[in-house]
Design a protein around this ligand. Structure first.
Ligand SMILES: C[S@@+](CC[C@H](N)C(=O)[O-])C[C@H]1O[C@@H](n2cnc3c(N)ncnc32)[C@H](O)[C@@H]1O
Ligand SMILES: [Zn+2]
Length: 175
C-alpha cells in the first residue's frame, strides 16, 4: 500500500469519488471534491486469480470481456468483477489524470497524476496489450472514446510504440 497516503483532501468517511454515468462509456468514476496531485484515491480490489483462470472466465468470442481484469506484474490478474469496488468503473483515457501503481505487497492503488477538480472524470491509461493481429474487428472492439485531443483512437497500446516493445520484452523475460 502507499507509504504515505495524502489524507489532506478528505476522510475515509467521505470518499473523494462517486460512480456515475460517463460520456466515455457506461459507468465511470468522478471526483466528488478536489483531489491533490499524488493522492491515493482508491485501491483496485477484487479476487486475485491466475491468468489461466482469467482466460477461463472470459468469453473468447468477445475480446472486450476482460472488462474488470487488472493484470499484475507477476502475471496474475485482479478480477474486479468478484468482490471488487468502484475502481473497476474507472475508464481509460489517452490523457489520464490518474495512474495505477502496484506496490511491493501486491496492492494496486489509483493515484492522482495531477490536481483533479470536483466533477472531473477519473481515468488512467489501461496500457492494454493485445498480441494477436490488430484486425479491423479488434480495432473496433477496442476503439477509444476518451475524447481527449491526443486520443489515439484505441485503448490498445500501439505495437509500434516503444512502451509496447518494452512491455513485451518484460513479459518474455518473465517466461
Ligand atoms: C474497467 S471497465 C470501466 C467501466 C465501464 N465503463 C463500465 O460501465 O463497466 C472497462 C471497460 O469500459 C469500457 N471503456 C473504458 N474506457 C473506455 C474508453 N476510453 N473508450 C471506450 N470504452 C471504454 C470498455 O468496454 C472496457 O472494456
Ligand atoms: Zn483515447
Amino acid at each position: 500500500m502507499p507509504a504515505s497516503r495524502n489524507k489532506s483532501a478528505g476522510s475515509p468517511a467521505l470518499p473523494s469519488y462517486v460512480v456515475k454515468t460517463s460520456p466515455i462509456h457506461g459507468r465511470g468514476v468522478f471526483a466528488r471534491r478536489a483531489i491533490a496531485p499524488g493522492d491515493a484515491i482508491i485501491e483496485y480490489t477484487g479476487e486475485r486469480i491466475e491468468w489461466d483462470e482469467a482466460n477461463r472466465r472470459r468469453d473468447d468470442d468477445d475480446p472486450l470481456n476482460l472488462t474488470y481484469f487488472f493484470t499484475l506484474n507477476d502475471g496474475r490478474v485482479i478480477d474486479g468483477g468478484v468482490g471488487g469496488n468502484a475502481a473497476r468503473y474507472i475508464n481509460h483515457s489517452c490523457e489520464p489524470n490518474c495512474e495505477a501503481i502496484e506496490y511491493e505487497d501486491g496492492s494496486v492503488w489509483i493515484h492522482a497524476l495531477y490536481g483533479i477538480a470536483r466533477g472531473d472524470e477519473l481515468s488512467y491509461d489501461y496500457t492494454l496489450v493485445y498480441e494477436g493481429r490488430h484486425t479491423p474487428a479488434v480495432k473496433r472492439a477496442f476503439a477509444c472514446h476518451c475524447g481527449t485531443p491526443s486520443c489515439s483512437g484505441s485503448m490498445l497500446m500501439s505495437k509500434r510504440s516503444a512502451r509496447y516493445r518494452a512491455n513485451m520484452r518484460l513479459m518474455n523475460t518473465k517466461g
